[in-house]
Design a protein around this ligand. Structure first.
Ligand code: IPE
Ligand code: IPE
Ligand code: MG
Length: 239
């Protein structure tokens, strides 16, 4: 198995499209929500591994703005799982020096999930190890339109002129304003698409796609992705 090379840098920011929970469950004759429950174990393992490996930022795509289209029972199951996971794991996040942040239209979340989320965010706010962004009710197009709306309002109020907007400062209007762009984007379960995730931010991210379903994705798979990343030559359009 390819190993992480200690002489080479690891990605500062890893973003993950955690896909394949449903197929994992189906392949075992289980209900989809069981796949999500098993996926939560991978979440725990990957958070811990990123901390140990020295990754500074981890962004996990947990629920997209499009996922609201799923059956009510699945959406409720996911929201319940989120609340349960945060309640159960806040103390271990603190122990592991993880700081939790959220990106997305969180106002869409049920009140119980939102209040637990805010509790965990507050409880981990002083931690300075891994910063964990969880993308919830997140859609990149919505994020960009929201940013443009803010800018149009600022412009109407005379607070910014059109030529003051640049490629460098546009990111300040996105949910990810405080976070460097992902170096590595991982998608599990073999789909070759972005599904409305971080469209602006992944302009120059290295992409790694594995057939492994998210509930099976553990530290060894993460290390394989990082080892693959270390073999890439990032050119940013240069030579
Ligand atoms: C990813 O697994 C989890 C969420 C999108 C919430 P899926 O539920 O999309 O699993 P598949 O793609 O149906 O296998
Ligand atoms: C992307 O997975 C969203 C998350 C992982 C939260 P989906 O399963 O929703 O994506 P599509 O529908 O295959 O594009
Ligand atoms: Mg899917």
């Amino acid at each position: 198995m390819p190993m992480i090379d200690p002489a080479l840098p690891v990605p500062e920011h890893i973003a993950v499209i955690m896909d394949g929970n449903g197929r994992w469950a189906k392949s075992r004759g289980k209900a989809r929500n069981e796949g999500h429950r098993e996926g939560a174990k991978s979440v725990e393992a990957i958070i811990e591994s990123c901390g140990a490996i020295g990754v500074k930022y981890l962004t996990l795509y947990a629920f997209s703005s499009e996922n609201w289209k799923r059956p009510r029972s699945e959406v409720d199951g996911l929201m319940g799982l989120l609340t349960h996971f945060l309640k159960l794991k806040t103390s271990s996040l603190i122990e592991n020096n993880v700081r939790l942040k959220v990106i997305g239209a969180v106002e869409m979340l049920p009140e119980s999930s939102l209040s637990q989320l805010n509790k965990t965010i507050e409880a981990t706010a002083e931690n300075d190890g891994l910063t964990l962004y969880v993308a919830l009710s997140y859609g990149s197009r919505e994020e960009i339109v929201k940013a443009v709306r803010t800018l149009m309002q600022k412009s109407a109020d005379g607070e910014i002129t059109p030529d003051e907007l640049t490629v460098e400062n546009f990111g300040d209007y996105l949910y990810t304003a405080d976070c460097p762009d992902p170096d590595l984007l991982i998608r599990t379960s073999g789909e070759f698409r972005i599904s409305n995730f971080l469209l602006w931010q992944i302009s120059y991210s290295e992409i790694y796609i594995t057939d492994v379903y998210w509930p099976d994705f553990r530290r060894s798979h993460l290390e394989e992705a990082i080892a693959d990343y270390q073999r890439r030559h990032r050119r940013y359009g240069g030579l």
